[in-house]
Write a protein that binds this ligand. Structure first.
Ligand code: ASP
Length: 463
């Protein structure tokens, strides 16, 4: 049996902790999901969800939310909705209707009111002040009006292997009246199939809705892929595609969970999220975009030192080998060097592919050659989450020169951690940075009754 919840952004923790208690006591994924998102919606200091969310250009908070049940595929959603205290609860109620499952604007409010859901003005004084300030800034400076946004996307798995997903957001700060993002749109903002798994998104809705990547991730998990691998295959090629056609993709972040408890994330920005499983405490993680593992940095540095050693042995600074090794150092760090497209290479005076250029540099130096191959193999195994291959590569490595030998010895010493890291795309570097900040905060916030009060005070201080 596995029970689990994952939510986007740090704020998700506020909801996951009480909702996991329900799941542990035998509660259903249906109820736990609503408990979790409601807690985030009710918290007045979260600026992008529910009460306290930042308003649209007219100064009105308009919310989008959705709920989907992975056993029945029933789904309900609201968009551009005003005055609904708990959008997620209304979305869940709509999922039970035989028709009219997605309601917008006044239709959503009318439904909530006739069904007895609480109505209230969702604009807090603090959010109103921010709006006023932003309005003045926008009038005087040329700023990006859509700076503030984040969705709480939440997924739940209960002991009966039932899965649910929900989203809730006030969308983009200063959006046009009536603007709707990806969060209420099935397939794009969320998708769940209890026999396979679940995925949900946060980021710039205008980009996230260009492809149904939540659906695609679940479909790929259904072919047997891990959550990380499914996300990797669904999300990154699409971001690359947008880049290639000059669309400049903005923020994309996804979380996914399989029915067996395996989970993963994909992101192109720094992204925090919260995870709780079985009896474990709720963990908050920070993921880096395309986060290279720290292990890779270690090996990359070692390979680089060997490249510099090789350069020192070359007498003729105008030779092809020297030119291939010196100014082109970045190419040696690519996980997948291009072996097809030729570019004219100054200094070498020939058109070569990246791979041909690399070959010119490493062939005369057997040790560098080995170090390079080791780097590429391990990089590839890490990026593809091939834990067993990674373990073999580290264990069977044959000595090829000082810096690389030391780097591999370090990986061997920390083999368990390295293998664990290969299962996610998380970098622990920034986490260490954050730990120091938490320590500093703890020191200066001594004396609060509990953590919630402490955070409340911090939000007041930085408001
Ligand atoms: N996806 C949301 C929207 O576009 C905002 C976010 O998640 O950051 O409305």
């Amino acid at each position: 049996m596995t029970i689990a919840m994952i939510g986007t952004w740090r704020m998700a923790e506020t909801g996951i902790t009480p909702a996991m208690a329900e799941l542990r006591a035998g509660g259903s994924a249906r109820d736990a999901l609503v408990t979790a998102i409601k807690a985030v919606e009710d918290y007045p200091y979260y600026q992008s969800v529910g009460y306290g969310g930042l308003p649209n250009a007219a100064g009105v908070v308009e919310t989008d939310a959705a709920y989907m049940d992975g056993d029945t595929f029933r789904l309900g959603a609201i968009a551009g909705a005003r005055d609904i205290a708990n959008p997620i609860a209304v979305a869940q109620a709509l999922s039970q209707e035989p028709a009219n499952n997605l309601l917008v604007g006044t239709g959503a409010t009318e439904y909530a009111s006739t069904r007895g859901f609480e109505l209230k003005n969702m604009l807090t004084e603090r959010a109103g002040q921010k709006w006023e300030q932003k309005r003045q800034e926008l009038a005087s400076k040329n700023l990006n009006p859509y700076d503030g946004h984040d969705t709480v996307g939440m997924v739940a798995l209960d002991a009966q292997s039932r899965m649910t997903v929900g989203t809730s957001t006030s969308g983009l700060f200063m959006k046009r009246t009536g603007r709707v993002g990806d969060s209420p749109l099935p397939g794009a903002g969320y998708y769940v199939d209890s026999t396979i798994g679940v995925a949900t998104a946060t980021g710039m809705g205008e980009d996230l809705m260009k492809a149904s990547l939540s659906y695609e991730t679940v479909r790929l998990m259904g072919t047997g892929l891990s959550a990380s691998e499914a996300l990797r295959q669904a999300v990154y090629p699409f971001i690359d595609r947008l880049t290639k056609i000059g669309q400049h993709p903005r923020e994309f972040s996804y979380v996914a969970l399989r029915q067996d408890g395996d989970w993963g994330i994909a992101t192109n920005v720094e992204f925090t999220f919260a995870v709780a499983q079985d009896d474990g405490a709720t963990q908050i993680y920070i993921a880096q975009p395309n986060g290279d593992q720290p292990d890779i940095q270690l090996l990359g540095r070692a390979m680089d030192q060997m490249r510099v050693q090789a350069l020192r042995q070359i007498k003729d600074k105008h030779s092809q080998v020297y030119k291939a090794l010196k100014p082109n150092w970045k190419i040696y760090h690519k996980a997948d060097p291009d072996a097809k497209t030729k570019h004219y290479r100054f200094g070498i005076n020939e058109s070569l592919t990246d791979q041909e250029l690399i070959d010119i540099g490493i062939t005369p130096f057997p040790n560098l050659h080995n170090a390079y191959e080791t780097y590429i193999d391990i990089h590839d195994a890490l990026l593809n989450s091939q834990t067993e291959r990674l373990s073999n590569l580290i264990k069977t490595y044959r000595s090829c020169g000082e810096p690389m030998d030391i780097a591999i010895a370090t990986l061997r010493k920390n083999l368990k951690g390295v293998l664990n890291a290969s299962q996610t795309r998380l970098s622990n570097g920034p986490l260490e940075g954050i730990n120091r900040k938490i320590k500093a905060l703890k020191r200066s916030c001594y004396g609060f009754a509990n953590q919630e009060r402490m955070f409340e005070r911090i939000y007041q201080l930085i408001a």
